[in-house]
Design a protein around this ligand. Structure first.
Ligand SMILES: *Cc1c(COP(=O)(O)O)cnc(C)c1O
Length: 408
């Protein structure tokens, strides 16, 4: 079996490519014509693979989907316009009124907001501290259908009890959705913890260059949808470990229409070729920067799974090939976090993560502002917390930037 990067680089050439192009070209094209109308009918009726209308399938997007499937060692992937579109459309496709979801309470801010919206249309949610499986277990109800966690939570870097929750979901027949954005399939593949569906915001590490939005849901093949009550009869055709993703493509992507454009798919596919190279460097730098900040007298706390005082340090070491490229920290009271951020010269005050450039943001005032102080406190987010997404700059330059900014 070829290695991670070899597979990504040569993935497009597994299928014939127009004119021998080395990249799958951009099919900036909405509809596809057929010589025989029977073929068009067969594509519509899913009796034959093919392209009819780009809201649901487009060759450039399909090429990216098979790259993501390989990265996650899954059986199939559906791409969306953004990570949020992927999560929202997938859950909309799978859940019905009266269903219950157990979710980690340590969540990306917009996912938290989305889940609150779901609760207003009859989908009941319980948020739990998912660093311990026993909290997930005690939240399960008779109408629970799905458990949702992130690998490393943003911004406080809590690591979910991934393996144990996977075992619990298998024992209870629950769909296990793991948002792998913060680790990316280079550091960890949730199929190893028995995930059913894997979420990736392609906007972040997979694309890497901060120049395209995208999201993906990958079916691992671990879940048998026969026991899941919400699958429509018309999608119970293939092998039953694919029904969930078929329904997500039809009811989520086709009906909601948050489609990834072929142009964005091309950018993301190109970026993904260097995922392993970038992440290796980003994680090494993140560890050094975390060690530097941890030892600094003007920094009170550093949250990074690669530090030995991180509560889930051992779990991260066991499960992830590296502890990630995102860290957050709190300053001593005498330093104003805004002033520190303004003093940094290389590090850019900006949202987003996984960019090649190092980005920093005061999270309580921005991403986590709308949810209010009480919910922030429950997520462990202090007002002074600064999140840093470590880029690919030369490590010494970054450390010097922080060193100078912390001195003055
Ligand atoms: C950014 C992010 C998302 C949403 O992705 P977008 O592409 O910005 O919509 C979802 N989950 C996590 C963990 C993220 O970091």
């Amino acid at each position: 079996m070829p290695g991670f990067t070899t597979q990504i680089i040569h993935s497009d050439r597994q299928e014939p490519i127009e004119h021998g192009s080395l990249h799958k070209p951009i099919h900036a094209n909405v509809a596809f014509g057929f010589d025989d109308v029977q073929d068009l009918v067969d594509v519509f009726q899913a009796k034959q693979k093919g392209y009819a209308y780009s809201r649901q399938v487009n060759p450039t997007v399909t090429a990216l989907e098979s790259k993501i499937t390989k990265m996650e060692r899954g059986i199939d992937t559906v791409c969306f316009a953004t990570g949020m579109a992927a999560i929202g459309s997938a859950l909309f496709a799978l859940l019905r009124k009266g269903d219950h979801v157990v979710s980690s309470s340590f969540l990306f801010g917009n996912t938290d907001s989305l889940f609150k919206s779901f609760s207003t249309i009859g989908i009941d949610l319980t948020f739990v501290d998912a660093t311990d499986v026993s909290n997930v277990e005690s939240a399960i109800q008779e109408n629970t259908r799905l458990v949702f966690v992130e690998t490393i939570a943003n911004p406080r870097t809590q690591v979910s009890d991934l393996d144990q929750i996977g075992k619990l979901c298998a024992a209870r027949g629950l769909v296990y959705v793991v948002d792998n954005t913060m680790t990316s399939p280079f550091l960890y593949q949730p199929i190893d913890s028995n995930a059913s569906l894997v979420v990736n915001s392609l906007t972040k590490y997979i694309s890497g260059h901060g120049h395209a939005l995208g999201g993906a849901i990958t079916e691992t093949g671990n879940f048998d949808w026969v026991g899941f009550p919400n699958i429509y009869d018309e999608y119970k055709k293939d092998n039953s470990n694919r029904w969930g993703l078929t329904q997500i493509r039809k009811k989520g992507l086709r009906d909601f229409g948050a489609t990834l454009t072929p142009e964005a798919a091309f950018h993301i596919a190109t970026g993904s070729e260097t995922l392993a190279l970038r992440m290796q460097r980003q994680c090494t730098t993140a560890q050094r920067l975390a060690d530097f900040l941890h030892a600094h007298p003007r920094v009170v706390r550093v949250y990074y799974p690669g530090l030995s005082d991180h509560p889930e340090h051992e779990r991260a070491k066991l499960r992830f090939s590296k502890p990630g490229a995102l860290l957050s920290f709190e300053l001593v009271d005498e330093i104003d976090p805004f002033q520190l951020l303004n003093r940094l010269k290389l590090v850019i005050s900006s949202t987003n993560l996984g960019d090649n450039r190092t980005l920093a943001i005061p999270v309580a005032h921005t991403i986590y502002h709308e949810m209010g102080a009480e919910r922030r406190a429950s997520m462990g987010i202090a007002d002074s917390l600064i999140r840093v997404s470590v880029g690919i700059e030369d490590c010494d330059d970054l450390i010097e930037d922080f060193d100078v900014a912390l001195k003055t």
